[in-house]
Design a protein around this ligand. Structure first.
Ligand code: 15L
Length: 264
């Protein structure tokens, strides 16, 4: 049987890194983005949808027949409130309503470390800051990720949808500064995490950190391990290459001091 997985924001930074990594025999990736993703390569099992996550009709059609939704769509940094409200908060509501109405059993939400950006590294207990540490958003963007988590919890409790919200650190090919040595999630580990979210039996509603097994991490891996996420990469191999300044202490780094509501 074919498994159809809808990925919103499929043409964004994380979405593009996942396109080949989430390809599997028997799986169709339905790639949705407001900027049209590239057409399928020869033999690639993908469907392309050019649409916004705020477009209710398009989202309903996109969810039809999908087993799972990986919701990466929206604005990925600080920006004016109106845009954040529409793309990130209303967009998440639209995605969850469409998933519910189409009978999609499982949704993975790309939350962010910026939902908890004001934790200081000294506040982490032994084993790391728990993934469900009470929110301390660092921006309007971070507030939208807190709202995303709340919507996920709501849709789990009301409708029984399995929802895992990922407080993603920094998912890029490589870390680039001292902070990202804590926060990095390698693209391969991101794919491992998403596969765990798709495969784990009955996760209910959960929040999980999205980071690699970084030597310098101070966020807990326990919640990820509980759903079968066993990261294999460590940013330490890049430590000698990255600048050692600024020596950030707050989880959210420069997001904590960027002017609220201004484009980063
Ligand atoms: C995020 O949530 C952003 O989407 C990404 O662009 C990075 O800035 C990342 O956090 C980070 O904290 O490094």
């Amino acid at each position: 049987m074919t498994q159809t997985v809808l990925i919103t924001g499929a043409n964004g930074g994380v979405g593009r890194l996942m396109r080949t990594r989430l390809a599997r025999e028997g799986r169709v990736l339905r790639l949705l983005d407001v900027v049209r993703p590239e057409d399928p390569a020869e033999g690639e099992a993908v469907e392309i949808i050019e649409a916004s996550v705020t477009d209710e009709a398009a989202m309903r059609a996109a969810c039809e027949g999908a087993e799972a939704v990986i919701h990466l769509g929206g604005i990925s940094v600080e920006a004016p409130w109106d845009g954040i409200l529409s793309a990130n908060i209303d967009g998440t509501r639209v995605v969850l309503e469409a998933a519910r109405d189409a009978g999609v059993a499982r949704v993975v939400l790309a939350s962010s470390n910026h939902a908890a950006g004001f934790y200081d590294l000294d506040e982490a207990p032994e084993g790391g800051l728990p993934a469900d540490a009470f929110p301390r958003p660092d921006t309007y963007y971070g507030v939208s990720k807190v709202a995303m988590e709340a919507l996920g919890s709501l849709f789990h409790d009301r409708y029984g949808i399995d929802v895992t919200a990922l407080r993603i650190g920094s998912c890029f090919e490589k870390p680039w500064d001292r902070r990202s040595l804590w926060t990095w999630m390698s693209p391969d580990d991101c794919a491992r995490l998403l596969e765990a979210c798709l495969a784990t039996p009955g996760p209910g509603f959960r929040v999980v950190w999205g980071i690699s097994r970084n030597t310098r991490r101070w966020w807990s891996l326990a919640e990820g391990e509980a759903i079968g996420y066993h990261p294999q990469d460590d940013s330490e191999i890049y430590a000698a290459e990255v600048p050692q300044e600024p020596a950030e202490r707050l989880a959210g780094g420069k997001f904590c001091s960027t002017p609220l509501g201004e484009h980063m």
